[in-house]
Design a protein around this ligand. Sequence first.
Ligand code: ADP
Ligand code: MG
Length: 685
Amino acid sequence: MIRFPYNPLKENERFNLPLTSLKGIGPKKAEEFFKRGVHSIADLLFFFPIRYQDKRNFTPICSSKEGRAVLVKGKIVKAEEKHLPRSRRRMFRALLLDSSGSLELAWFNYRRAYLFGVCRPGSTVVAYGKVRARGGRLQMAHPEITAVEKGDSPRPEGVVPVYPFVEAVGQGTIRSLIKEAWEKVGDDIEEILPLDVLGQLELPILKDALSALHFPPSHFDLEELNSGRAPCQRRLTFGLIFELMASVLTNKAERENLPAAPLRIPRRGIEEFEVALPFELTGDQRRAILQIAKDMGSGKVMNRLVQGDVGCGKTVVALASAYICAVNGGQAALMAPTQVLSKQHYRYFLEMGAALGLKPVLITGEDTGRRRGGGPEEMVRSGKANVVIGTHALIQDRVKFHDLRLVIIDEQQRFGVRQRRALEKKGQNPHVLVMTATPIPRTLAMTIYADMDMSMIKTMPANRKKVRTIIVHEREKRVIYEMVKATMERGGQVIVVCPVIQEHEGLELKDAANMYEALIRIYSPPYRIGFVHGGLPDKEKNRVMDGFRQGGMDLLVATTVVEVGVHAPGASLIVIEHPERFGLAQLHQLRGRVGRAGREGTCVLVVRDSIGEAAMERLRNFSKCQDGFQIAEQDLKLRGLGELTGLKQAGRGEMDLRVLMENMDLVEAAKEEIQKILRSYSKGV
Ligand code: ADP
Ligand code: MG
């Protein structure tokens, strides 16, 4: 297998020093970085800015434009605190004057003593923030502000990177830590990708790319940088793509024509399987199952991808393949990206599989220690269990199979090829089935799934109702409250989704926690309200999600954790705050959470004045369209700027397909080069 790791620094001891080896960081801050997946200096150098601020020049106040962030310098002429009408809240405002005009600086959330200190009338300050018009004058809300000492003449900082939020670590500290790390090891960074290919693509080498990302020179094109398309960013994206393609194509070369003991089933067997189901298979499901049966009976390993929109019924296809495997006396493993989802699959297999002779067990790593040695793991080892369902806990060394013949991956964009392979290694050339709900254009699918044959499920089960999607302005929240109430009165469940806050982006964003408290005030009692978000420990998350699924709650406030394939049969209304913050494909997944089990579902998108016309148009189209593939393509065409998706995702070890779709030239180049390398290997050996 040839490997080109995305972050080659991680493979080198020189860079694998702990964060605490830097002067500027102690155990407490290091702990906060851990939570962001940053453990070492290697990780820190791959911790990328999410955007860049333009602090290259001071802008005269009179020429600052509404809606744009500017850097201004001036004198404070007035500062005061005042109470907001009809509320118990206060605001702090200061009037800033330069030779061209004046600007109000405003804070609604602040440390009093600090602001009174910095904004003393007569003192000079530098402020940076977005300018807007309020009550006939220019205002900057929550600016960054620095005091200028008497006699100092501050210079603009240049292009300033903004990093993802790290609790208790300020932006300035992150920047200086990265600088320190760079001074320590920056010179040692070597390129691992073929130089001639980088040259052809006009991409910088790794060292130069990292330097440009963290310390962008002033002459850089800021717009390009903020759209994620600067050469330094493309070099990193290329690294991600190169790693992926190397592993896909190696996998293909190694698994093509690999022999496997045939797992046969007569056509009658499939018919018997269908009879045991509580519903009739759709044509596409049946076709996929027959293709799988043929693959598994062929004497060569199966490498098949089942692709189909949320709710099309992929699980039953997995069930059928596990059944074919069990009929032949083999074991199947089903790996899902979250505990919640693994449990859901487990219950599904328990219910539907009993009549089919399937004996599933669940391994999620949740109960480590308590049942070590006994319980499910023993059942797997002895072969008493013929279906093993779980999270990546299945990969652990202590999970040993009696006779693993089939590996099923419920992908949902979460697992890399590496995890898939780790599971495969637990058997002797097991068959592999991957299920994905990610709609991918055909050309791309053929590239990144070059190692797989494909089955498509296009038709939805007949009992599946469309989800009515409506857009409501926040001003009309009474309408939403009424809908929520009416739904709960009818015994239906409601999901309210708020975007997660990674950075403190001022006051525009509704914080999920505030929403939860507000909803409790409105509806509870008698309605029961739960709250789930990514920051909860897994156990707690499970408890809340299980409770909701079983109907123990009427309303669930959630960040996007509900997105991943969870099935709550009673949910019929989903309200999404700040829908413009989500990709359309993500919104589509979210709305797929309601209207299952034959109930009519409704999705409410809550918009605000701050939403632009383009975003509004995008949501209007979305509300009219139910087809996941069409939506994915729209999403790609219409996606706004200012989001460095690829790099952001990469930081979490996930691959965003949109990054691939936007960089097909890089995908092609990587594919060509890797095929060349593989050919030279097979000739040379
Ligand atoms: P996904 O493809 O998103 O994983 P699931 O497998 O979870 O979808 O299926 C969604 C729901 O549709 C489940 O409740 C499942 O039992 C049901 N379902 C699947 N296939 C059919 C069918 N042919 N007829 C009726 N209901 C079906
Ligand atoms: Mg599913």
